[in-house]
Design a binder for this molecule. Structure first.
Ligand code: FES
Length: 631
């Protein structure tokens, strides 16, 4: 296929793409983020673009009006490049800022937010040690490398070391230019310490890590000072892979058609952009970032490493590896210290990844005497139950609705997002992050909104919006909806929730509730025996636990037993980055955790169907809601 130039107006950005690529992919290549809510499935209608010059081959779509088609409007995800093009991207098609400051990071800057501090020995995965060596003489002709290794052994106790040829070649010059005062950077590679770098002088006070949660929808990166044990900065962005589908499975299928490389590039570019942004903002040299530690689901880790992914989605669902060794970060294209290492956290199964082992570690589930539970809500919902003796995990496909995606006006937790909705004096009110006009609604706000609509009987227990129940029940895009923030403007759009959005939320919460219920039944644990429930995920700020129970997302436990612990994936990854002991603990957790495959559960479909009500078909499962008005 020939290559073509696609010029995007009014941005003045041009991308070169192979013929047959979609306009959505071309925009991604140009670094333009599109509101592709449905991930390119052609069903959300949010990726409209106007073809001003050139030819595209477009699929017919009912989401375009005759007038739009006449003006040359197409859906970018359903239109394929056939020639050089000039394309106009309307304002409302572009996603807002590509990178945002991770608001959760402000709250979770501490290493143990809302969690019992868990102490591990201070032993970062990569560390620096200053070596003041004795200069050689006729009486001391020890070779340069041995001289370094001997001192490292003396100062650190490390006995097993290796060194690459590149480093070795530089040693004589560096030692002599700096009067034998040098700093060795040492990376822990399983049982061996690798002398990764030798610098002149004492640079042992500068050692940083990039710790990254590679989520299906969003990527969150924290820059961590490995000496001060503090979080220096945090940023997040949408996962650019959304061009290839919302869900993990559709991305695996995209990789089967096009190869893993384009999906790997998306992740690597996202990570590089986040890390370099934080480094330059904090005036930290990339050379001083010596490791990147990544947690993510098994598929994301495979994409990051460029590993084949097909077998993850095909029975018997086998990964290439659940415990990859550390690699050189540069080998996958991540730009930190050229000799820096990339660590990926060990996963439990093809469908429960290192983000969950990190979550178990951060929550301390593996140390609890009594029974605890961790529910991590992302595009995939993962549930783990157990204690220090045993752990069982399962995973359910929830879709991204509770993260603010696949909801028309949904957005991530950033300035302008409605983060909570409440009833005050009988009126529906809301709170916006940054106290500004609303631009959309994030996960915590969506949960509140559904609970409030149910309480006000604006939706029924099946989640159906009742026309005539409230003046704000209206219609948009041919769908019945509830207008929440008519005064808000985001690219000319109001903030509202449609029937389809509500259905997406119901599907997500039903998947999680059904999985939770089945898992408890399989391990023969009564709900009352669960003494602590850790709720993890990127909802926004303080999730209203009561509302999460009211809509049947969480089981009916006393509120005092439910703790919202935020992004445990990144918390666990930080613990592991700063302590080899914690990193090794992850391997123990991995071995100790049994994966329960819901596909093997004969009653999952029935349980899911029953949970598609608010809060559930069987109201007896929610005794605390006995006096609640919506019942
Ligand atoms: S219709 Fe194109 S991204 Fe949804």
């Amino acid at each position: 296929m020939p290559w073509y130039k696609v010029a995007f107006e009014p941005l003045g950005i041009t991308a070169e793409v192979e013929g047959g690529n979609s306009l959505l992919e071309a925009a991604g290549k140009a670094g333009i983020t599109i509101n592709s809510v449905c991930g390119g499935d052609g069903i959300c209608g949010r990726c409209k673009m106007m073809v001003k010059e050139g030819q595209v081959a477009s699929e017919v779509s009912p989401l375009l009006t005759r007038e739009e088609i006449r003006r040359g409007m197409v859906l970018a995800c359903q239109s394929y490049v056939q020639s050089d093009l000039v394309v106009e991207i309307p304002e409302e098609t572009r996603a807002r800022e590509k990178i945002w400051i991770d608001r959760e990071a402000q709250r979770f800057r501490a290493f143990h937010p809302g969690l019992q501090p868990r102490e591990f020995s201070r032993s970062p995965l990569v560390f620096k040690v200053h070596l003041q060596l004795t200069a050689p003489s006729l009486h001391n002709q020890t070779d340069d490398c041995r001289r370094i290794e001997w001192m490292v052994e003396k100062l650190t106790g490390l006995t097993s070391m290796q060194m690459g040829l590149k480093v070795m070649r530089q040693i004589p010059e560096i030692l002599r230019r700096h009067d034998f005062s040098v700093t060795a950077t040492i990376g822990r590679r399983r049982d061996i310490g690798e002398i990764m770098d030798i610098e002149g002088g004492d640079t042992s006070g500068r050692n940083y890590f990039a710790v990254v949660d590679v989520g299906t929808s969003t990527i969150v990166a924290h820059l961590v000072d490995a000496i001060a044990l503090s979080t220096v900065d945090a940023q997040a962005c949408f996962n650019s892979q959304s061009l290839y589908g919302r869900e993990v499975t559709s991305r695996i299928m995209a990789a089967e058609r096009r190869g893993v490389e384009p999906l790997q590039s998306c992740l690597v570019e996202d990570i590089n952009r986040l890390v370099s942004g934080m480094a330059s903002r904090n005036r930290i040299s990339l050379r001083d970032i010596t490791a990147v530690v990544c947690a993510g689901n098994t598929t994301m880790m495979h994409f990051l490493l460029g590993l084949p992914v097909s077998n993850i989605r095909r029975e018997p669902f086998v990964a290439v590896t659940l415990e990859p060794p550390p690699f050189r970060a540069a080998e996958v294209g991540i730009k930190i210290n050229p000799r820096g290492l990339l660590y990926t956290l060990p996963g439990i199964s093809s469908w429960v990844g290192g983000d969950l082992t990190a979550g178990i570690l951060a929550a301390g589930l593996d140390e609890m005497e009594e029974i605890g539970m961790l529910i991590d809500i992302g595009t995939n919902g993962e549930i783990i139950v157990g204690n220090r003796e045993w752990l069982v995990a399962c995973s359910a496909s929830a879709g991204p609705a509770l993260e603010g995606a696949s909801v028309g006006c949904g957005m991530v937790c950033e300035a302008g997002a409605i983060e909570s909705v409440f009833l005050r004096d009988g009126k529906i009110g809301y709170k916006v992050i940054g106290d500004q006009p609303p631009a959309g609604i994030c996960g915590s706000g969506i949960i509140d909104l559904i609970a409030v609509l149910l309480e006000r009987k604006i939706i029924d227990r099946a989640g159906r919006l009742m026309e005539g129940s409230d003046p704000r029940v209206s219609s948009r895009d041919g769908q019945v909806c509830f207008l929440l923030g008519p005064e808000g403007r985001w690219g000319g759009r109001e903030v509202y929730i449609t029937q389809e959005d509500i259905d997406n939320v119901l599907t997500a919460k039903a998947a999680i509730f059904a999985a939770t219920k089945i898992l408890l039944e399989r391990v023969e644990v009564r709900l009352s025996e669960v003494k602590r429930l850790f709720l993890a995920g990127g909802f926004g700020s303080y999730i209203n636990r009561e509302n999460a129970i009211k809509i049947g997302l969480l089981p009916d436990l006393p509120l005092s037993r439910i703790e919202y612990v935020g992004n445990t994936s990144i918390l666990g990854a930080k613990l592991a980055a700063l302590s080899e002991e914690a990193f090794l603990k992850l391997r123990e957790i991995r071995k100790k955790t049994t994966y329960y495959d819901l596909l093997g559960s004969p009653d999952y479909v029935e349980q899911f169907r029953q949970a598609m009500f608010l809060p559930h078909t069987n109201i007896e499962l929610f005794p605390s809601l006995a006096g609640w008005g919506a019942r």
